[in-house]
Design a protein around this ligand. Structure first.
Ligand SMILES: CC(C)(COP(=O)(O)OP(=O)(O)OC[C@H]1O[C@@H](n2cnc3c(N)ncnc32)[C@H](O)[C@@H]1OP(=O)(O)O)[C@@H](O)C(=O)NCCC(=O)NCCS
Length: 336
């Protein structure tokens, strides 16, 4: 086996829009209550993009923070990859728009879509690129503006989502400026099942349901979700893929210092911790502040954990994600 360059997370950052929408605010919009939303989901408030604020705008702020954390400049980057299901536009892609807003050009810049699992898919993208080209410096973004696809008259979905973006800068282990974070990616596992994809979708405007000139937007433009079914699949698949990565790397749940899972519902997060046998204080929760920010939940949580000094030397991080598609995945990261 040839020696493969390992990937290291060097910097993290996140950004959410300024405007906050509380559960109380939602009581004015639909027939719901703070009590229902809090007990059924754990969410208290979420941030919503301002009119004209695009994903690339919030991704830009997250990217700048991640670059500063890594003690790097945008010019140092070789790749920009944005994971999103709510891009600025279908063409040009958000990564190219972000590249331009960062004031650089000539990078390899493209988007991927694995919905809420996007950032975890992006970790493997970065690992693969660095394994092939060890001198790469890869900026990965997980971000979404799901408010742009939210039906504000549908109480079963509009209370769940928020907007945000998180960013990470990765390099090869041997490409170390000695100043940034050191989160060595030990492993990633990704999976998917398209046969149940219709349980969570918005296809209006896509090639399966194109709009024509003068067409009035209909419900297929907005998120529809069979929440109860998605709930079961989310727990089952995140537990399985977490256990698989622990077993494959011969580590026990006792060795795990922190678990960062997709933040969709507190009951899902707590259930995952219990099923894996990981105590509550090692399970990261921030969805009460942001709601489900789709591809952004994991990088926002990572950046906050970094701010809270929870990614300390020798700590072992387990990441578990689940999202539309359906897609899911896990990652193991050792901080040095
Ligand atoms: C969406 C979710 C919070 C709903 O919680 P739930 O406990 O499954 O609730 P149900 O859908 O069974 O609805 C229970 C009742 O609450 C009602 N309800 C739904 N939304 C409501 C709201 N915002 N306010 C008040 N009542 C609401 C329903 O109409 C239903 O009423 P009924 O029993 O009279 O029919 C939950 O299923 C969930 O989080 N699913 C997974 C979401 C997820 O992970 N998505 C992202 C994947 S990336």
């Amino acid at each position: 086996m040839p020696v493969i360059e390992q990937s290291v997370i060097r910097g993290l950052g996140f950004h959410v829009p300024e405007r906050i929408l509380t559960n109380k605010d939602l009581e004015e919009l639909v027939e719901t209550s703070d009590e229902w939303i809090t007990t059924r989901t754990g969410i208290k408030e979420r941030h919503i993009a301002a009119e004209g604020e695009a994903l690339s705008d919030i991704a830009l702020q997250a990217a700048k923070k991640a670059l500063a954390d890594a003690h790097m400049e945008a010019d140092d980057l070789t790749h920009i990859i944005v994971a999103t299901c709510t891009p600025d536009s279908y063409c040009p892609n958000t990564a190219c728009i972000l590249e331009h807003k960062l004031g650089v050009s000539g990078k390899i810049a493209f988007d991927i879509n694995a919905a809420c699992t996007g950032f975890t898919y992006n970790l493997e993208m970065a690992r693969s690129i660095i394994a092939l080209r060890p001198d790469s410096v890869v900026l990965i973004i997980g971000g979404d503006i799901l408010s742009s696809r939210t039906n504000w008259a549908d109480r079963t979905t509009c209370v769940l989502f928020g907007d945000g973006a998180g960013a990470a800068v990765l390099t090869g282990a041997s490409n170390d400026n000695g100043k940034g974070l050191k989160g060595r990616i030990l492993d990633t596992i990704l999976s998917s099942d398209g046969s149940i994809g219709d349980m969570l979708k918005f296809n209006g405007g896509g090639s399966s349901a194109p709009y024509s000139l003068g067409h009035v937007v209909t419900e297929n433009h907005f998120i529809s979700m069979q929440g109860r079914e998605v709930f079961k699949h989310a727990i089952r698949n995140m537990v399985a893929v977490s256990q698989e990565i622990l077993d494959r790397n011969k580590v026990s749940t006792d060795d795990v210092s922190l678990v960062i899972t997709h933040q969709a519902n507190l009951r899902i997060i707590e259930s995952l911790g219990k099923k894996l046998g990981i105590t509550d204080e090692r399970v990261f929760v921030n969805l009460h502040k942001y709601g489900n920010t789709s591809a952004a939940t994991i990088p926002i949580a990572l950046a906050e954990a970094r701010e809270q000094n929870r990614l300390t030397k020798d700590s072992l991080l387990l990441v578990a994600a689940f999202g539309g598609g359906f897609t899911w995945g896990s990652a193991l990261v050792r901080f040095e």
